[in-house]
Design a protein around this ligand. Sequence first.
Ligand code: UDX
Length: 436
Amino acid sequence: MNIAVIGTGYVGLVSGVCFAEFGFNVVCVDNDVSKILNLQKGLVPIYEPGLDKILSKNSEAGRLKFTSKIAEAIVTADIIFIAVGTPSKSDGSADLSYVYNAIEEMSAYVNHNAILVIKSTVPVGTTRKIKQFLINKGINIDVAFNPEFLKEGAAVDDFMHPDRVILGIESKKAQKALFNVYRPLYVFNIPFVFTDWETAELSKYASNAFLAMKVTFINEMADLCESCGADINEVALAMGLDKRIGSKFLQAGPGYGGSCFPKDTSALNDFADKLGVQLPLVQETIKSNNKRRKKMVEKILSACNYDLKGKNISVLGVTFKANTDDMRDSPSVEIINELISRGAYVRIYDPSFSKQAKEIFDNLEWSNNAYDNCNNADAVVILTDWSEFRALNLHELNKRVKSPLLIDLRNIYTLSDVKEAGFSYCSVGRAFRGNE
Ligand code: UDX
């Protein structure tokens, strides 16, 4: 079976490479010629651990090709995946122009037995509109919707070991063909959910909105913990042991970011609003999360006795989460800009050496490691939970800093770790520990 994947971003590239790993012949298409040239050389444009190895292996095996000429991919394709971006428009709705451009382009070459599969996250009802769009052009091919649940930084593993495969289909033919595409997962007893287009589309938004709400809930509980003396990490542990709640996505922090939660929550809210359906929980999740960045600045200010003028702040981690180089909607942007506006000198170290981050904070000083970044610091702020920040030698850090204040917005450390190393410690959802 020949597969074409249009779009080689975080979703398209991982999907194309993994389909090739399943043994299919895959051609990935992108209109970014330089990206395609790099991919042809085996250069992976995204920070996705393990992706480069399986990309090279499958390219060398001749199963995986990259092209900027859509015709090359489409004419022989049995299954065509659309995996282009659906960014938020200024009104919060999803921008579908890349999806329709891709479909317009491919429609000139599509073989009439092919199946078109939308993998991009699209508002409910979009797959049906795409079907009609194609019929209006005289193209009557099967169309399906197959959402992705790939976490950045864990996308290959999430693709190979999903909790479920959701397939919105319109025919037995599509069901059979797509079952075959994902058959390699079947051997792991991965559940397949075959359903209609709208149900599949909403399942994607509902899943992401629920996860965003779960993170926001634990962040609000963290605020309550700070006022009542409870420990949010232990509250999360105690909650998560209830199988109905589950322990994932209960890590309190600076609020969610990334290219999906913010976009998908606002698109879902916008879509419901247009149907006259109010989603107060989703609306409050968005509001609560947006307010959280300012709350984190307040926390840092308070730990620095409300005086940041001329203070050296060492920031460890700026990407929206660990194991990615992605800065989209990262809490660090608003937080760092607020600190600078209050007179702080901010220096950054991020293990991804993210190019996006260097462009955003192009006027700030960067270090090559956490320790140098803490030289002469008045405060150290951990913004992203990179694993290398979990075992810092705090005694060594204490020798570097000007004043031993650690503000840990990801609760990486325990109060005792930090106290023993002589730091004052400020974290999320746990009492401030000055140097008592
Ligand atoms: C998310 C969904 O998990 C994935 O299924 C979907 O396909 C794309 O969007 P991603 O945005 O890559 O994936 O990151 P994720 O790991 O879900 O984290 C999202 C945000 O929530 C990050 O800012 C992260 O820091 C935050 N988060 C996550 C928390 O603050 N606490 C948690 O416990 C988990």
